[in-house]
Design a protein around this ligand. Structure first.
Ligand SMILES: CC(=O)SCCNC(=O)CCNC(=O)[C@H](O)C(C)(C)COP(=O)(O)OP(=O)(O)OC[C@H]1O[C@@H](n2cnc3c(N)ncnc32)[C@H](O)[C@@H]1OP(=O)(O)O
Ligand SMILES: CC(C)C(=O)C(=O)O
Ligand SMILES: [Mg+2]
Length: 576
């Protein structure tokens, strides 16, 4: 096929590509992530600083409590030198007994400026575990435009900042505080690798990490600039070249400007990152920080424990929406309203078969479906594991086929329709969706089903059809011949019918023959709808009635009655 694409008129000359990393013997592509990295939530700092209306103290507290409840052990709680609100928030959680669990480390961010550092460290007085996070940009355009200084000047900002953090921590914080330090060469992604390394080494020379004294070196994709693979190369290069590597916690902090933050984080972990910083649902500056929920759930879906509890994902989302005053997109991975829903026929067919196969496999092994490996097509995880029901899994519209409709009837009403009956009923629904458009809700599917197949069971006003069954009795003689007597309403008249046959169904056909209705049996299936003494049975009968082939269904606690009702259902439909 010829390619008809044409050069665009976009101003491409304004932009340049990123540099590849010279690391031909890279090892990260072969690595697998087999355990959760250390997580840091920066919802209360990077997420909060990106909001039109930053969180009120009450909203900040709700978010903090939610993060603690989910299991995050490192939480960046603000930029206390930015103003009174952040400062007071940090003080409030430190001063309230029990607000910060003993195993949670709070962290605070500061620029490398003495007044800001002093105020920042002051905010941490009395904390059990606290980290000061210092940053300064190291990339060429920042050196030239923002700081207007040389490489050495920029390195000096980091060195002086580190020394000041240590001095103020020594002066202000008592022995009750287990103090930690984190340094970020901001805009790492645009910084020359050897210079990023040089600055990190200079910072370490001041801080002197060693046994029992870790340093967190966080390499941020402040603005995402490259493919995740180049980002991973940069992490592998830094990991190989950093001295004192065993005392360094190498941390990744992706933003999502190119839409690949999740991949960038995962590949960086494969390349040696020990720790990931991000925000729930990808909140954060511009296109957001990396989404911690997607990262955690990606691990979960591969059988790796994220060490974070996502089992009530809608509650997490409600809290997040309240705190951020924003809405999660309906297609957001793992949590959006539509992410466990299929509208299209072939997906629905496969999902229904998947659920049926899971049930059968579990039964064969004598266990429950929760004990076997998840294998339902089109559903990467079991929605139940994040607190979702199966209700939304299949939704029916004009793109849907028989499988989806059959799924709704089975799931909501325990009716396991035979395949040819599924085809028959899906045509009824298709007529409805073609005529009315839009979605057909499970309630509307059931109403249509009742009206089509069970008019005598549904409300009396909606009854229709030539025949209604009142009561029936069979007797069997010594030759095995059944005689059936039936009290019925035929064309509005109370009528007594009688017939014989080699079973109740053929006896009923014989009785119908007497009033001019010619019925032949083509297929018969039945199943119980629940366990126990009061269990209902569903009978499905496919009949040739005069020149029409029709399915009917009967539901009753008595299987004979259920099958007679199914014949009535088919006969009435033939005359509709
Ligand atoms: C990538 C990130 O997310 S970084 C975090 C960004 N978050 C925030 O900035 C939120 C909170 N910040 C604030 O509220 C304010 O910036 C404050 C209160 C901390 C400081 O405000 P101001 O004193 O007005 O300074 P402002 O933020 O404009 O900073 C600009 C000055 O700081 C310098 N600067 C910027 N970053 C740094 C840094 N990391 N270390 C040292 N100096 C820095 C700039 O070069 C500039 O200096 P100049 O005035 O000599 O040209
Ligand atoms: C302060 C740093 C870590 C940051 O948020 C960034 O560079 O994106
Ligand atoms: Mg950031």
């Amino acid at each position: 096929m010829p390619n008809f694409q044409q050069p665009s008129a976009m101003p491409i000359h304004k932009y340049s590509g990123y540099d590849a990393v010279d690391i031909a013997d890279r090892t990260w592509p072969a690595n697998r992530i087999t355990k959760a990295p250390r997580w840091l939530s920066t919802d209360l700092r990077d997420g909060n600083q990106a909001l039109i209306d930053p969180m009120s103290p009450e909203r900040k507290r709700r978010m903090f409590d939610q993060l603690v409840k989910m299991g995050y052990k490192e939480i960046e709680v603000g930029f206390p030198a930015s103003g009174q609100t952040d400062f007071d928030f940090v003080r409030s959680i430190i001063e309230e007994p029990g607000a910060i669990p003993d195993d949670v480390t709070i962290s605070v961010l500061t620029q490398a400026r003495e007044d800001l550092i002093e105020r920042t460290v002051e905010s941490l007085k009395g904390a059990r575990r606290a980290t000061v996070h210092l940053y300064n940009a190291t990339a060429p355009v920042f050196r030239r435009v923002v700081f207007r200084g040389s490489k050495d000047d920029i390195k000096q900002i980091a060195v002086d900042g580190t020394r000041l953090v240590m001095e103020y921590a020594e002066k202000i914080l008592g022995p009750e505080t287990e103090f930690g330090y984190q340094y970020s060469p901001e805009i790492f992604t645009d910084t020359e690798l050897d210079f990023a390394l040089e600055v990190c080494e200079a910072v370490m020379d001041v801080y002197q990490p060693g046994p029992g004294r870790e340093i967190i070196l966080n390499l941020p994709a402040t603005v995402e600039r490259s493919t995740p693979s180049t980002h991973a190369d940069r992490f592998e290069w830094m990991g190989r070249n950093l001295s004192r590597r065993e005392h360094v916690v190498l941390s990744v902090h992706p933003h999502n400007d190119r839409g690949t933050a999740v991949a960038a984080a995962e590949l960086a972990v494969m390349a040696g990152a020990d720790r990931v910083e991000g925000c729930l649902f990808g909140q954060g500056e511009r296109t957001g920080n990396v989404d911690l929920v997607t990262l955690g759930m990606n691990l979960f879906s591969q059988g790796v424990d994220p060490q974070i509890d996502f089992s009530d994902i809608d509650e997490i989302r409600r809290t997040w929406e309240y705190c951020n005053q924003m809405e999660v997109h309906p297609r957001h991975p793992y949590v959006g309203d539509l992410v466990y829903t299929s509208f299209s026929g072939s997906h629905q067919d496969a999902i229904k078969k998947g659920f049926d196969a899971m049930e059968a496999d579990a039964k064969a092994k004598g266990v429950t479906v929760d004990d076997i490996e998840w294998a339902v097509p089109y559903l990467p995880i079991d929605p139940k594991d994040v607190g979702r029901s199966y209700e939304a899994v299949i939704r029916v519209n004009s793109q849907s086929g028989k499988g989806g409709i059959a799924y709704v009837l089975k799931n909501d009403h325990k009716l396991d329709l035979p395949r040819r009956m599924q085809v028959e009923f899906s045509k009824v629904i298709q007529t409805k969706t073609d005529a009315e458009g839009g979605e057909v809700t499970p309630g509307a599917i059931w109403e249509t089903f009742q009206d089509e197949y069970l008019p005598n069971e549904a409300n009396a006003a909606a009854r229709w059809g030539r025949l209604q069954l009142r009561s029936g009795q069979t007797t069997t003689d010594t030759d095995g011949v059944d005689t059936l007597t039936v009290d019925a309403v035929v064309d509005g008249q109370e009528t007594a019918l009688k017939g014989t046959g080699n079973g109740p169904i053929s006896a009923f056909f014989d009785a119908l023959q007497a009033i001019g209705i010619d019925v032949r049996l083509l297929d018969y299936q039945e199943h119980t709808m629940s366990e126990g003494a009061s269990a209902q049975a569903a009978s499905y009968i496919e009949c040739a009635i005069d020149d029409k082939v029709m399915w009917g269904i009967g539901i009753d606690a008595n299987t004979t009655r259920a099958s007679l009702k199914a014949v009535v259902s088919a006969v009435n439909r033939a005359g509709r």
